[in-house]
Design a protein around this ligand. Structure first.
Ligand code: NAD
Ligand code: ZN
Length: 346
């Protein structure tokens, strides 16, 4: 089969490799579509590779069951689904409590094994997956379904934990309206009555935010925090979701979140928010606000995301590419030119 593999730091190659063999508790999926996440760019730019042999990228995967391991029950060849990306242990205290995204087996700051970031991913014709990571999608289009596996899952998880704060009359700020952010705007519109303010460095992305349900939008600049405060009676936003995570956006989040508000870090840009223990006053961190570094989501969040899409509440803006053009698609993503999500079709 063909697979898009990372062979050296920064080097992606379309290679012919054997179709994977599955174990007794695994499934073989014929890939229908695989989304490209900004995290794939982060991986491409690591100064080292994540393992010695070539690694097939792709953690946003939809496909059809081609073969079923001997110990797997309840699945059928030909069933269509997406892949839950936390390949957690399934038996630790966190997993059994439904917090598979922070599985104890992963240690303190690592993440559970994720396809395309350790085990081979889905930018290929076939992928081998643990049977319990399969989530059915019925007849949903693969191009729409694949981005649910991360863009929707991760956004949904960050938003779900903040729902108590998002009462009618509240404000939610979405920083970065890319693959994740444009889905986050739609999820916020679907599950809350909050007014949504979108922030991005590109006018095109702000147009997309408006089409996705944002009420207001701001081109990111030196005055963005001040503008958000002006629009919220000086209080700030009850929730700020940062889908960029660089110093500039971390500063914006700190300076625009409301007292008792929620700042959710999702973007992995390495930014460091300045949280001081100084007393009241000044532009910084308000009383009662909380910050959470949010990773992926739970399997339950993924099932909710699929249900939202099935109910017609999520419409992924897709740029479709052939698997062989994956490198070009990543380059476009890097230059900020992808509107919504770039999705590869093998
Ligand atoms: P993307 O490239 O599709 O979108 C990023 C968006 O941010 C673009 O619209 C871009 O114009 C905008 N942007 C860039 N700089 C900005 C700035 N200074 N201010 C405002 N907007 C700015 O990326 P994506 O695939 O949506 O991923 C977003 C981030 O989330 C990445 O860092 C990715 O690695 C990370 N991520 C984290 C998790 C997690 O579990 N925490 C999961 C998936 C992705
Ligand atoms: Zn991702």
């Amino acid at each position: 089969m063909r697979a898009l593999q990372l062979t050296d730091p920064g080097v992606l190659e379309l290679r012919e490799v054997p179709v994977p063999e599955i174990g007794p508790d695994e499934l073989l999926l014929r890939v229908g579509a695989a989304g490209i996440c900004h995290s794939d760019l982060h991986v491409l730019h690591l100064p080292f590779t994540m393992r010695a042999e070539p690694l097939t990228l792709g953690h946003e995967v939809a496909g059809t069951i081609e073969a079923i391991g001997g110990e797997v029950g309840g699945r059928a060849v030909g069933e269509r689904g997406i892949v839950y990306l936390c390949w957690s242990c399934g038996v630790c205290r966190e997993c059994v409590s439904g917090n598979e995204n922070v599985c104890r087996a992963a240690g303190r700051t690592a993440m559970p094994p994720c396809p395309g970031l350790g085990p081979d991913g889905g930018m290929a014709e076939y992928i081998r997956i643990p049977a319990r990571s399969f989530v059915p999608i019925g007849e949903m289009d693969f191009l729409q379904a694949a981005p649910l596996a991360d863009a929707a899952l991760t956004s949904y998880h960050a938003i779900h934990g903040v729902r108590d704060q998002l009462r009618p009359g509240s404000t939610a700020v979405v920083i970065g309206v890319g693959g994740l952010g444009h889905v986050a705007v739609q999820i916020l519109a679907a599950v809350s009555a909050a007014r949504i303010i979108a922030v991005d460095v590109s006018e095109d992305k702000l147009d997309l935010a408006a089409r996705c349900g944002a009420a207001e939008w701001l081109l990111s600049g030196a005055d963005t925090a001040r503008e958000i405060l002006d629009r919220t009676d000086g209080r700030g936003a009850e929730a700020v979701f940062d889908f960029v995570g660089v110093d500039q956006t971390a500063k914006l989040a700190v300076e625009s979140v409301a007292p008792n508000g929620a700042y959710r870090m999702v973007g992995l840009g390495g930014g460091a928010p300045e949280l001081t223990a100084a007393p009241a006053g000044g532009p910084g961190w308000p009383w009662g606000a909380s910050v959470r570094k949010s990773y992926g989501g739970t399997k339950s969040d993924l099932i909710d995301s699929v249900a939202l899409a099935e109910a017609g509440k999520l419409r992924i803006e897709v740029e479709k590419y052939d698997l062989a053009d994956g490198r070009d698609a990543l380059d476009r993503l890097e230059r900020g030119l992808v509107g919504g999500r770039a999705v590869l079709v093998p």
